[in-house]
Design a binder for this molecule. Structure first.
Ligand code: ATP
Length: 234
């Protein structure tokens, strides 16, 4: 049984249909990447799983229970946390206060404490009293990841964490992922950087126009297949 699964997932913004029957599975311990061009539906998929968009209950299953109709706070409480696109820190709060906000999500304990986050990203300890928005883009992304981890998630959903960051910073951030996995989180990442996605993922899904056009293990598909699934065959 998969830890998390979408089954024929559909999603709408008013009358506009953004997802057309998306099937995705995340096994315990896996890192799965979702790639695709702008507007393919990647963020809509994560917003659906995280409860920001409501769906039919049975279209999203977590630990074999239908969660598609739950609210975002209920989804966090079950152990699914999101690192949103654009980081979305609270500008008037310090780094430490931003991190502590993540703690209020989940009932129950786990490996992720404030000290564990500072151990994962030592620069955040140095900047703990600074307003979140005074940090560099990479440091802000570390705060957004740390805030999500403070809820001790079993599933971490990451929306475009490398967007706008220098390659060396992206490398630093992804260097934290083995430890995040070791502490018991399975991970879904959205990436526009295909190379980066395929480097960290055990499996990937490629989306186009609200549908999955290709899925598999990074080593098992050719660049041509990925290119066709990403841009469409012209
Ligand atoms: P991006 O990389 O730009 O975030 P994406 O693959 O994440 O792209 P989505 O943001 O999921 O794509 O968008 C999927 C489709 O839904 C697009 O056609 C987009 O225009 C539309 N869409 C997204 N958000 C809304 C919204 N709030 N209201 C109406 N349509 C929306």
């Amino acid at each position: 049984m998969a830890l998390l699964e979408t089954h024929g997932l559909t999603a709408f913004y008013g009358d506009f249909q953004a997802l057309f029957g998306v099937d995705l599975t995340l096994e315990e311990g896996e890192t799965v990447a979702v790639i695709g061009a702008n507007g393919a539906g990647k963020s809509t998929l994560l917003r659906s799983i995280s409860g920001l968009l409501r769906n039919a209950p049975g279209q999203i299953r977590y630990e074999n229970a239908g969660i598609g109709a739950l609210s975002a706070p209920d989804v966090v409480r079950l152990g699914i946390a999101m690192v949103p696109e654009g980081r979305k820190l609270f500008p008037s709060l310090s780094v430490e206060e931003n991190l502590l906000i993540g703690k209020y999500g989940r009932s129950g304990s786990g490996a992720w404490t404030l000290d564990a986050i500072y151990d994962l990203f030592p620069v955040l300890k140095e900047r703990r009293s600074s307003p979140g928005t005074a940090l560099s883009g990479g440091q802000q992304q570390m705060v957004a990841i740390g805030r999500a981890l403070m809820s001790n998630p079993r599933v971490l959903l990451c929306d475009e964490i490398s967007l706008g960051l220098a390659p060396v910073v992206v490398k630093d951030i992804y260097a934290a992922f083995p430890r995040i996995r070791a502490n018991g989180a399975s991970i879904v990442i959205i990436e526009q950087d295909i190379g980066q996605a395929l480097k960290v993922a055990d499996r990937f899904y490629c989306m186009m126009e609200g549908r999955v056009t290709l899925s598999g293990k990074p080593g098992a598909v050719s660049r041509e297949e990925i290119h066709a699934a990403y841009f469409g065959a012209h």
